[in-house]
Design a protein around this ligand. Sequence first.
Ligand SMILES: [Zn+2]
Length: 314
Amino acid sequence: MRLFCFLMTCFVFFIKDKAYSNSYMFQKSDVIKTIIIDAGHGGHDSGAPGSKSLEKNISLSIALKLDSLLLKKMNDVQVIMTRSTDTFIDLHERTNMANRANGDLFISIHANSANPTIHKKMVGTKQQTYYRTENGVKKLYTRDVPVYKYWYSKDTTQGSEVYIWSAEKMGDKIDAELNNNDASKYDATPVVNGTEDTVPSISHEENIPIKRILSSITTIRSYAVQSRELADSIEEELHRIGRVNRGTRQRNEKGIWVLQGSAMPSVLVEVGYISNPEEEEYLNSNAGQVAISLAIFKAIQEYKYHQDHKYITQ
Ligand SMILES: [Zn+2]
């Protein structure tokens, strides 16, 4: 906790300092060399169920299509899939893979689900008998009680969402960055179950040199900007193909481990709602999967161009 407060204080001063810097230099370099594609869930972790399909299969199909697009059209990058078959990979191993490979970008593919709506309506009354003790004597009474009918209807929420890690969870991302060259720390952490919501903690090294911490804060700050840029671009491209755009979001109440544990710009794309029958149909169709993977590919292409041709402050 002490380290976290210290880091946040450094971060605030760092932003203040940067605000006064105004000279720029043009730089062209291949910044994006390694892209990690993470198909959510897998194996015994099916993810959200639809009426006729499972999230793990949708995320894998779209991830594989995105992989082949990148291989065909962006041959100057190396693509690493956290899984390319229906296997279970725990969340720590996913970020370990990305960090070991020194990934420049982490893209996790998921499908969303909304709980059905429960309806309740009073349809009449019925008589109920009960006992009451009065003056030591147990007596039988009757009373009318309401009778309810319950039924469920599918939630019709639809559209895509792109998650980036919450700024409030910056301490965890700094941990990932500081520990990036020390994979053994990740390996030592316990195996977690396969949901994107699980955020285990990593032990701190309280004596990490300040220079290194400040350098990590600089890096983390640029990850935040870059993740937001890619997330917005993905939403824009998905909107262009007719998807309902539910926006770029940060999840504050619960972190998403793959976003926090990866020491690089990272996004998690919820491509649509498997709980919505129309969307489930679309997400399972070849046309839908091709369109979604192409939209994400175009966003990566645009993002890569900006990163490779960016202005840097002096
Ligand atoms: Zn998921």
